[in-house]
Design a protein around this ligand. Structure first.
Ligand code: NAP
Ligand code: HSE
Length: 432
């Protein structure tokens, strides 16, 4: 049977029936007429892989469920495997075996793609099939297609992204309602935004994986998860949130991928944004990707970045793309012809905010200023508040090379008058 013939009725093997998997099943059913209109064929789930088939599941009949991947991969009628398990293993093994069997793969698994993407794309190419991964970045927003197809001539220079719905939801709740961190995280988990292990979200690793994928396809170069330094939101305190509000700023977990002299730097960190910044008004579980390129000036896309049905919409879009074009073409693989090198993190010039708890006694500010001065770090403003025996210093600095700031911070941390571990936050003043 040819690939075209198989797609007259696309039989799907679904791996995982959790938040996203169950929504994909429902959406394929609810949107069957639209899918048939768009592709001239029908799509149906033939088998669903889960760990425990004894658990009753809503919507899908019990006989569809299996705990044996062989049943799906050896079924010649199944032409598309949709991987919605998450994590590296066994997802890697299953996707590998599906591609080797010549099946097309759809996945929302950013960890898998950011660590094993080049191996899997090469495998797909060799087996003349494809992997589509729209849902792996920014949920319902069609950012992969936009970057790799619609904006293929954009000549990108930078990408700023709010690409993790869980942390954006938590920070928004803390800023808007004064919610406590733990309560906001619990609600994000209830809504189905968080990963099975929410430390992936909180630590910035989920966003780092997504930024690695975006940078790879935008700059046509290999960027993997290991190339992306990330700082999460674990050290953000309610005091930082209060200061951000006082300064007329907002706090976001930001992914930044930028070209510096033809080299790429990709990082994830919490950042204070001016209220006028295009990303400042992206709230809750919404994501946004702000693109700059020599041919496009600035373009921003925003929308739901997490959630079952929202993510399922992108997965179904990928299934439809495969059904409409079952034979892989050049656009189906990320291209890495530029082979750009990485720009070192400590050479990036950034603006920092720093909150320090210090002894409330004469000469403390002078000691701290001296250390910063020795490293040529220039203070833009200082605010001091007494807090019992201690004082709180809130400092904002002029733009400085991260290497110098890091060295100064090390010096400051060693001063006996400084209490606790200083946790600086970067400031993004505009869209530069
Ligand atoms: P989830 O709710 O935890 O569901 C995972 C599903 O995979 C469950 O049905 C589970 O089976 C099954 N599973 C896990 N390990 C398995 C194994 N070893 N063998 C067979 N089945 C296994 O996860 P999710 O939120 O739907 O996320 C799925 C993927 O989508 C992940 O890659 C995630 O990063 C990505 N994603 C999620 C969202 C979101 O908003 N949730 C958005 C974008 C992308 P049991 O039910 O038997 O445990
Ligand atoms: N846990 C992820 C997030 C799901 O919160 O953004 C979407 O990839």
């Amino acid at each position: 049977m040819t690939a075209d013939e198989k797609m007259k009725r696309a039989s799907i093997g679904l791996l995982g029936y959790g938040t996203v998997g169950s929504s994909v099943y429902r959406l394929l059913d609810e949107q069957s007429i639209e899918i048939a209109q768009a592709t001239g064929a029908s799509a149906g789930v033939k088998r669903i892989l889960v760990r425990d088939i004894s658990i009753p599941r809503s919507d899908a009949p019990a006989e569809l469920f299996s705990d044996d991947f062989d049943e799906l991969v050896e079924d010649e009628d199944i032409s598309i495997i949709v991987e919605l398990i998450g994590g590296i293993e066994p997802a890697l093994e299953y996707v590998t075996r599906a591609l080797e069997a010549g099946k097309a793969v759809v996945t929302a698994n950013k960890q898998l793609l950011s660590q094993k993407g080049s191996y899997l794309f090469d495998l797909a190419r060799r087996n003349e099939t494809m992997i589509r991964f729209e849902a792996s970045v920014a949920g319902a927003i069609p950012i992969i297609k936009v970057i790799s197809e619609s904006m293929v001539a954009a000549d990108f220079t930078s990408i700023y992204g709010i690409v993790n719905g869980t942390t954006n939801y938590i920070l928004t709740e803390m800023m808007r309602t004064g919610a406590r961190y733990g309560d906001a995280l619990a609600r994000a988990q209830e809504w189905g935004y968080a990963e099975a292990d929410p430390t992936e979200d909180i630590s910035g690793k989920d966003a780092a994986a997504k930024m690695a994928i975006l940078a790879s396809i935008a700059f046509h170069s290999e960027v993997s998860l290991d190339d992306v330094a990330c700082v999460g939101i674990e050290d953000i305190s309610e005091l930082d949130i209060a200061y951000a509000r006082d300064f007329g700023m907002t706090l976001k977990l930001l992914g930044v991928a930028k070209l510096y002299d033809g080299r790429i730097n990709v990082r994830v960190y919490p950042a204070l944004l001016d209220r006028e910044h295009p990303l400042a008004s992206v709230n809750g579980a919404y994501n946004a990707v702000f693109l700059k390129g020599n041919s496009i000036d600035e373009v921003m896309l925003s929308g739901p970045g997490a959630g079952g049905i929202e993510t399922a919409s992108a997965v179904v879009g990928d299934i439809v793309s495969i059904m409409a074009r079952p034979v892989a073409g050049r656009l189906d693989y990320p291209r890495t012809h530029n082979g750009l090198e990485l720009f070192p993190d400590d050479e990036v010039v950034s603006t920092f905010y720093l909150r320090l708890e210090v002894d409330d006694e004469p000469g403390v500010l002078a000691q701290i200023s001296q250390v910063f001065g020795e490293h040529e770090v220039s203070i833009e403003s200082v605010l001091q508040k007494g807090r019992g025996q201690h004082a709180e210093l809130v400092m904002v600095f002029h733009p400085v090379a991260e290497k110098s700031f890091g060295a100064a911070l090390k010096g400051i941390s060693g001063l006996p008058v400084v209490k606790g571990r200083p946790a600086p936050i970067r400031v993004e003043r505009d869209s530069e």
